[in-house]
Ligand binder design. Structure first.
Ligand code: 13P
Length: 279
């Protein structure tokens, strides 16, 4: 299946009130669970790796693994660097064959964020890769959710104009990891951002956001939704349960429960984001 241009796919999705799921993977088994779900629903998907996962798997191994799984399952899928934190990492990923990269300078000043995003954009262009940046601050895993800094719509417009970035992650009340209280996404802010820029918008911290809010956010222009924590959780809970119930030492008999849990989870998420003429 042809890979197609990610930016135009995202734009199409945005115009059609749909979104791409961007699923983080951590090992072959989580990748297989994600791939099975996408293949069963025949849905396109973004496969993401953070620095931590790249260091865990190994860059070349991770890319080869993703490419092989994409081929074997006949997926329309893109390989994306999630939360790239340096030009060096971005360059290594592009050299290794990533289709898309995020440069996350959301903890720096507006000017610094613009500056580094422009540099990444210029670099990525040589590889025909797309670039995501983040404006405002979505709390990272383990950080207090009070470190949230919501995206200002006027700033978002300026940021996109100055960087020509392909997709923009916005802070509208989501956070990475599980929520202590049910999140309430700031839909008004999202609509304001959307009214001032045509850029594909990204929602981080997709785990634990109620389905209805995800659907609403998609209708207001979110066209890439990141999910990570729930995948890790589904995989590990299934392994724990299987291991508690038997003395099995053949990991090929234990891991399939984890793969199956990820498949089920991602299938549910895919059904939400492909949304819905029915709404
Ligand atoms: P969660 O871990 O909260 O699903 O967030 C995923 C994410 O935004 C990855 O960038």
């Amino acid at each position: 299946m042809g890979i197609g241009d990610l930016k135009s796919t995202l734009k199409e999705m945005q115009q059609g009130g749909r979104a791409l799921l961007a699923a983080n993977f951590y090992n072959l088994e989580t990748l297989q669970g994600i791939a099975r779900a996408a293949s069963e629903l025949n849905e396109p998907i973004i496969l993401q790796l953070t620095r931590g996962s790249i260091e865990y798997i190994g860059l070349q191994t991770a890319v080869s693994m993703a490419r092989s799984v994409i081929y074997e399952y006949g997926l329309q899928a893109w390989l994306h660097l999630d939360h790239g934190d340096s030009l060096d990492l971005v360059k290594r990923c592009l050299d290794a064959g990533f289709d898309s990269v995020m440069i996350d300078a959301s903890d720096r000043s507006f000017e610094e964020n613009v500056d580094v995003t422009k540099q990444v954009k210029e670099l990525a262009q040589k590889y025909g890769a797309t670039v995501e940046a983040e404006l405002g601050y979505v709390a990272k895993l383990g950080q207090s959710q009070s470190t949230l800094g919501f995206t200002d719509a006027q700033e978002a417009r300026r940021f996109v104009q100055e960087t020509d970035v392909d997709m923009l992650a916005v802070a509208i009340g989501s956070a990475h990891g599980f929520y202590q209280h049910e999140p309430a996404l700031d839909m008004k802010r999202l609509q304001e951002i959307r009214s001032l820029t045509n850029v594909p918008l990204v929602l981080h911290g997709g785990s634990g956001i109620p389905e209805q809010q995800l659907r609403e956010a998609v209708t207001y222009g979110i066209c890439k939704i990141n999910v990570a924590t729930e995948t890790k959780n589904a995989f590990m809970q299934a392994l724990r349960k299987t291991m508690a119930e038997s003395e099995e030492i053949d990991l090929r008999k234990v891991f399939p429960a984890g793969v199956e849990a990820v498949r089920r989870l991602i299938k549910e998420k895919l059904k939400i984001v492909r949304v819905d003429a029915e709404m």
